[in-house]
Ligand binder design. Structure first.
Ligand SMILES: [Mn+2]
Length: 306
Protein backbone atom coordinates (compact mmCIF):
# COMPACT_ATOMS: atom_id res chain seq x y z
CA UNK A 1 0.00 0.00 0.00
CA UNK A 2 1.53 3.26 -1.11
CA UNK A 3 0.86 6.51 0.66
CA UNK A 4 1.64 8.70 -2.37
CA UNK A 5 0.53 8.25 -5.98
CA UNK A 6 3.56 9.74 -7.70
CA UNK A 7 6.93 8.82 -6.21
CA UNK A 8 8.49 11.77 -4.41
CA UNK A 9 11.58 13.32 -6.02
CA UNK A 10 14.86 12.45 -4.38
CA UNK A 11 17.70 14.80 -3.53
CA UNK A 12 20.30 16.17 -5.93
CA UNK A 13 24.09 16.16 -5.93
CA UNK A 14 24.46 18.98 -3.43
CA UNK A 15 22.56 16.95 -0.88
CA UNK A 16 24.65 13.85 -1.49
CA UNK A 17 27.85 15.88 -1.09
CA UNK A 18 26.42 16.87 2.29
CA UNK A 19 25.71 13.22 3.08
CA UNK A 20 29.40 12.48 2.43
CA UNK A 21 30.33 15.24 4.89
CA UNK A 22 28.04 13.78 7.56
CA UNK A 23 29.61 10.36 7.09
CA UNK A 24 33.14 11.80 7.27
CA UNK A 25 32.30 13.58 10.52
CA UNK A 26 30.60 10.53 12.03
CA UNK A 27 33.47 8.23 11.04
CA UNK A 28 35.92 10.48 12.89
CA UNK A 29 33.67 10.63 15.95
CA UNK A 30 35.19 8.64 18.80
CA UNK A 31 32.12 6.89 20.17
CA UNK A 32 28.61 6.12 19.07
CA UNK A 33 27.61 9.46 17.48
CA UNK A 34 24.24 11.06 18.11
CA UNK A 35 23.01 12.69 14.91
CA UNK A 36 20.62 15.63 15.20
CA UNK A 37 19.13 17.67 12.32
CA UNK A 38 17.85 21.25 12.34
CA UNK A 39 17.34 24.33 10.19
CA UNK A 40 17.44 28.04 11.01
CA UNK A 41 13.73 28.12 11.91
CA UNK A 42 14.47 25.38 14.45
CA UNK A 43 17.49 27.05 16.05
CA UNK A 44 15.78 27.62 19.39
CA UNK A 45 14.54 24.01 19.49
CA UNK A 46 18.07 22.84 18.67
CA UNK A 47 19.68 25.05 21.34
CA UNK A 48 17.21 23.73 23.89
CA UNK A 49 18.09 20.19 22.85
CA UNK A 50 21.80 20.97 23.16
CA UNK A 51 21.35 22.50 26.61
CA UNK A 52 19.29 19.49 27.76
CA UNK A 53 21.86 17.10 26.28
CA UNK A 54 24.70 18.92 28.04
CA UNK A 55 22.86 18.41 31.33
CA UNK A 56 23.00 14.64 30.81
CA UNK A 57 26.60 14.78 29.57
CA UNK A 58 25.95 13.73 26.03
CA UNK A 59 29.09 14.75 24.15
CA UNK A 60 29.32 12.70 20.96
CA UNK A 61 26.93 14.86 18.92
CA UNK A 62 26.95 15.41 15.17
CA UNK A 63 24.81 18.44 14.30
CA UNK A 64 23.49 18.56 10.77
CA UNK A 65 22.34 21.98 9.51
CA UNK A 66 19.90 22.08 6.61
CA UNK A 67 20.72 25.67 5.72
CA UNK A 68 23.76 27.92 5.62
CA UNK A 69 22.28 30.42 8.02
CA UNK A 70 22.10 27.85 10.82
CA UNK A 71 25.53 26.45 9.88
CA UNK A 72 27.07 29.94 10.11
CA UNK A 73 25.29 30.66 13.38
CA UNK A 74 26.55 27.43 14.96
CA UNK A 75 30.08 27.81 13.66
CA UNK A 76 30.12 31.38 14.94
CA UNK A 77 29.44 29.94 18.40
CA UNK A 78 32.16 27.33 18.16
CA UNK A 79 30.00 24.34 17.27
CA UNK A 80 31.18 21.94 14.64
CA UNK A 81 28.32 21.18 12.34
CA UNK A 82 27.79 19.66 8.95
CA UNK A 83 25.94 21.53 6.21
CA UNK A 84 23.43 19.38 4.36
CA UNK A 85 21.31 21.53 2.01
CA UNK A 86 17.57 20.88 2.26
CA UNK A 87 14.67 23.26 1.79
CA UNK A 88 12.23 23.60 4.68
CA UNK A 89 8.95 21.71 4.65
CA UNK A 90 7.81 18.21 5.33
CA UNK A 91 7.90 16.71 1.84
CA UNK A 92 11.67 16.22 1.74
CA UNK A 93 12.17 15.06 5.31
CA UNK A 94 12.39 11.46 4.14
CA UNK A 95 15.74 12.37 2.56
CA UNK A 96 17.20 11.80 6.04
CA UNK A 97 17.01 8.12 5.15
CA UNK A 98 19.88 8.64 2.70
CA UNK A 99 21.98 9.88 5.62
CA UNK A 100 21.03 6.89 7.77
CA UNK A 101 21.73 4.54 4.88
CA UNK A 102 25.11 6.13 4.10
CA UNK A 103 26.18 5.88 7.74
CA UNK A 104 25.13 2.24 7.75
CA UNK A 105 26.93 1.52 4.47
CA UNK A 106 30.07 3.15 5.90
CA UNK A 107 30.16 0.88 8.93
CA UNK A 108 29.03 3.55 11.40
CA UNK A 109 26.76 2.63 14.32
CA UNK A 110 24.80 5.71 15.33
CA UNK A 111 21.84 7.12 17.22
CA UNK A 112 19.43 9.53 15.59
CA UNK A 113 17.61 11.91 17.92
CA UNK A 114 15.10 14.54 16.80
CA UNK A 115 15.84 18.06 18.01
CA UNK A 116 12.41 18.12 19.69
CA UNK A 117 13.04 14.83 21.49
CA UNK A 118 14.39 15.98 24.83
CA UNK A 119 16.85 13.80 26.71
CA UNK A 120 16.24 13.90 30.44
CA UNK A 121 18.79 11.18 31.12
CA UNK A 122 21.78 9.94 29.20
CA UNK A 123 20.39 7.04 27.13
CA UNK A 124 23.68 5.09 27.23
CA UNK A 125 22.50 2.88 30.08
CA UNK A 126 19.14 2.02 28.50
CA UNK A 127 20.83 1.28 25.17
CA UNK A 128 23.46 -0.91 26.83
CA UNK A 129 20.67 -3.43 27.51
CA UNK A 130 20.85 -4.25 23.79
CA UNK A 131 24.57 -4.68 23.07
CA UNK A 132 24.05 -6.51 19.80
CA UNK A 133 20.61 -5.47 18.49
CA UNK A 134 20.55 -4.26 14.90
CA UNK A 135 17.90 -1.66 15.61
CA UNK A 136 16.78 -0.22 18.93
CA UNK A 137 13.85 2.14 18.46
CA UNK A 138 11.44 4.18 20.51
CA UNK A 139 7.71 3.61 20.13
CA UNK A 140 5.59 5.89 17.97
CA UNK A 141 1.86 6.55 17.95
CA UNK A 142 -0.43 6.16 14.92
CA UNK A 143 1.73 6.71 11.82
CA UNK A 144 1.79 4.95 9.44
CA UNK A 145 -1.83 3.97 9.66
CA UNK A 146 -1.59 0.64 7.85
CA UNK A 147 1.10 -0.62 10.24
CA UNK A 148 -0.57 0.52 13.46
CA UNK A 149 -3.83 -1.09 12.32
CA UNK A 150 -2.08 -4.40 11.70
CA UNK A 151 0.31 -4.62 14.64
CA UNK A 152 -1.06 -2.15 17.17
CA UNK A 153 2.16 -0.18 17.36
CA UNK A 154 4.84 1.51 15.27
CA UNK A 155 8.42 2.56 15.92
CA UNK A 156 9.35 6.24 15.93
CA UNK A 157 12.20 7.53 13.78
CA UNK A 158 12.66 10.39 16.27
CA UNK A 159 14.91 8.24 18.44
CA UNK A 160 16.64 5.07 17.36
CA UNK A 161 19.99 3.32 17.34
CA UNK A 162 21.12 1.51 14.21
CA UNK A 163 24.13 -0.80 14.10
CA UNK A 164 25.86 -1.24 10.79
CA UNK A 165 25.98 -4.81 9.51
CA UNK A 166 24.84 -6.93 6.55
CA UNK A 167 21.28 -7.12 7.83
CA UNK A 168 20.83 -3.43 8.52
CA UNK A 169 22.45 -2.46 5.20
CA UNK A 170 19.89 -4.60 3.38
CA UNK A 171 17.14 -3.24 5.61
CA UNK A 172 18.07 0.37 4.83
CA UNK A 173 18.32 -0.34 1.11
CA UNK A 174 14.74 -1.60 1.22
CA UNK A 175 13.55 1.37 3.30
CA UNK A 176 15.17 3.82 0.86
CA UNK A 177 13.55 1.97 -2.02
CA UNK A 178 10.12 2.27 -0.38
CA UNK A 179 10.38 5.84 0.89
CA UNK A 180 9.52 7.81 -2.30
CA UNK A 181 6.31 5.77 -2.48
CA UNK A 182 5.52 5.64 1.23
CA UNK A 183 6.05 9.39 1.56
CA UNK A 184 7.93 9.55 4.88
CA UNK A 185 10.94 7.89 6.47
CA UNK A 186 8.63 6.89 9.32
CA UNK A 187 6.34 5.05 6.93
CA UNK A 188 9.15 3.46 4.93
CA UNK A 189 10.97 2.12 7.98
CA UNK A 190 7.81 0.81 9.63
CA UNK A 191 6.62 -0.85 6.44
CA UNK A 192 10.04 -2.42 5.94
CA UNK A 193 9.95 -3.62 9.53
CA UNK A 194 6.54 -5.13 8.83
CA UNK A 195 8.06 -7.02 5.88
CA UNK A 196 11.06 -8.18 7.88
CA UNK A 197 9.71 -8.92 11.34
CA UNK A 198 6.51 -10.89 11.72
CA UNK A 199 6.58 -11.50 15.45
CA UNK A 200 7.63 -9.80 18.65
CA UNK A 201 8.42 -11.15 22.07
CA UNK A 202 7.48 -9.19 25.13
CA UNK A 203 4.92 -8.81 27.87
CA UNK A 204 2.16 -7.86 25.42
CA UNK A 205 -0.45 -8.11 28.18
CA UNK A 206 1.03 -5.12 30.02
CA UNK A 207 0.17 -2.78 27.17
CA UNK A 208 -2.46 -0.10 27.36
CA UNK A 209 -4.43 1.15 24.40
CA UNK A 210 -4.59 4.86 23.70
CA UNK A 211 -6.88 6.72 21.31
CA UNK A 212 -5.30 9.46 19.30
CA UNK A 213 -6.56 11.30 16.20
CA UNK A 214 -9.37 8.82 15.71
CA UNK A 215 -7.08 5.80 15.80
CA UNK A 216 -5.80 3.73 18.64
CA UNK A 217 -2.40 2.25 19.39
CA UNK A 218 -0.75 0.12 22.05
CA UNK A 219 1.63 1.60 24.57
CA UNK A 220 4.12 -0.93 25.89
CA UNK A 221 5.70 -0.12 29.26
CA UNK A 222 8.23 -2.92 28.70
CA UNK A 223 10.72 -3.85 26.01
CA UNK A 224 9.62 -5.75 22.92
CA UNK A 225 12.16 -7.71 20.90
CA UNK A 226 11.85 -9.42 17.56
CA UNK A 227 11.71 -13.22 17.68
CA UNK A 228 15.10 -14.92 17.27
CA UNK A 229 14.17 -16.30 13.85
CA UNK A 230 13.34 -12.89 12.36
CA UNK A 231 15.51 -11.22 9.67
CA UNK A 232 16.34 -8.30 11.96
CA UNK A 233 17.36 -8.26 15.62
CA UNK A 234 15.18 -5.37 16.70
CA UNK A 235 14.25 -3.99 20.11
CA UNK A 236 11.50 -1.54 20.93
CA UNK A 237 12.10 0.68 23.94
CA UNK A 238 9.50 1.09 26.71
CA UNK A 239 7.06 3.89 25.92
CA UNK A 240 7.05 5.09 29.51
CA UNK A 241 10.80 5.72 29.37
CA UNK A 242 10.96 6.96 25.79
CA UNK A 243 7.76 8.93 25.48
CA UNK A 244 6.34 9.88 22.11
CA UNK A 245 2.86 10.09 23.55
CA UNK A 246 3.30 12.12 26.71
CA UNK A 247 2.67 9.80 29.66
CA UNK A 248 4.05 12.09 32.35
CA UNK A 249 7.36 12.89 34.02
CA UNK A 250 6.43 10.73 37.03
CA UNK A 251 7.66 7.73 35.00
CA UNK A 252 11.17 9.19 35.19
CA UNK A 253 11.60 9.07 31.39
CA UNK A 254 14.91 9.06 29.54
CA UNK A 255 13.36 10.93 26.64
CA UNK A 256 10.23 12.95 25.95
CA UNK A 257 9.33 13.68 22.33
CA UNK A 258 5.97 15.42 22.54
CA UNK A 259 3.58 15.57 19.63
CA UNK A 260 3.23 19.06 18.18
CA UNK A 261 3.29 20.60 14.73
CA UNK A 262 6.65 21.26 13.08
CA UNK A 263 6.79 25.03 13.61
CA UNK A 264 9.66 26.06 15.86
CA UNK A 265 7.51 28.39 17.95
CA UNK A 266 4.72 25.85 18.48
CA UNK A 267 7.30 23.24 19.44
CA UNK A 268 8.83 25.53 22.04
CA UNK A 269 5.40 26.33 23.49
CA UNK A 270 4.54 22.65 23.77
CA UNK A 271 7.93 21.80 25.30
CA UNK A 272 7.52 24.68 27.72
CA UNK A 273 4.07 23.52 28.85
CA UNK A 274 5.54 20.12 29.67
CA UNK A 275 8.52 21.54 31.58
CA UNK A 276 10.99 20.54 28.87
CA UNK A 277 12.56 23.89 28.11
CA UNK A 278 15.99 24.21 29.70
CA UNK A 279 17.10 27.07 27.49
CA UNK A 280 16.96 30.50 29.08
CA UNK A 281 14.31 32.73 27.54
CA UNK A 282 16.82 35.57 27.18
CA UNK A 283 19.36 33.42 25.34
CA UNK A 284 19.51 35.78 22.39
CA UNK A 285 21.04 38.46 24.64
CA UNK A 286 23.78 36.18 25.97
CA UNK A 287 27.26 35.44 24.73
CA UNK A 288 27.99 31.75 24.50
CA UNK A 289 30.13 29.20 22.77
CA UNK A 290 29.98 25.45 22.66
CA UNK A 291 32.32 25.33 25.64
CA UNK A 292 30.23 27.75 27.67
CA UNK A 293 26.83 26.38 26.66
CA UNK A 294 25.89 26.13 30.34
CA UNK A 295 25.42 29.93 30.27
CA UNK A 296 22.21 29.25 28.33
CA UNK A 297 20.83 26.81 30.90
CA UNK A 298 17.76 28.23 32.66
CA UNK A 299 19.37 27.37 36.01
CA UNK A 300 22.55 29.30 35.29
CA UNK A 301 23.19 32.48 37.26
CA UNK A 302 22.16 35.71 35.56
CA UNK A 303 25.32 37.11 34.00
CA UNK A 304 26.32 40.55 35.26
CA UNK A 305 27.67 43.06 32.75
CA UNK A 306 31.03 44.48 33.76
MN1 LIG B 1 10.17 15.23 16.32
Amino acid sequence: MSAVKTPLPGPGRGFFRGVDRVVARAVSSARLPYVVFANWAYREVLLNWLVASARVELTNIVIVAYDRRLARFLKGHGFECVFLPMKPGKSNLWWRLFVFQALCESGVDFVHCDADAILLKNPAKALSDFPSADLVASQGTVQPKNVVELTGFVVCMGFFLLRSNERTRAFMRRAVERAPHDGTDQSAVNNTLLEWVSGWVGPIDTSTRISHLGRSFDVFPDVLVSRPEEKLDAAVLPHHLFQRYFLGLQHDPVLVHPLANQKGKTKMEKLSRLGLVFLRQDWENLRFTRDSLGVLDRDSAVPVDD
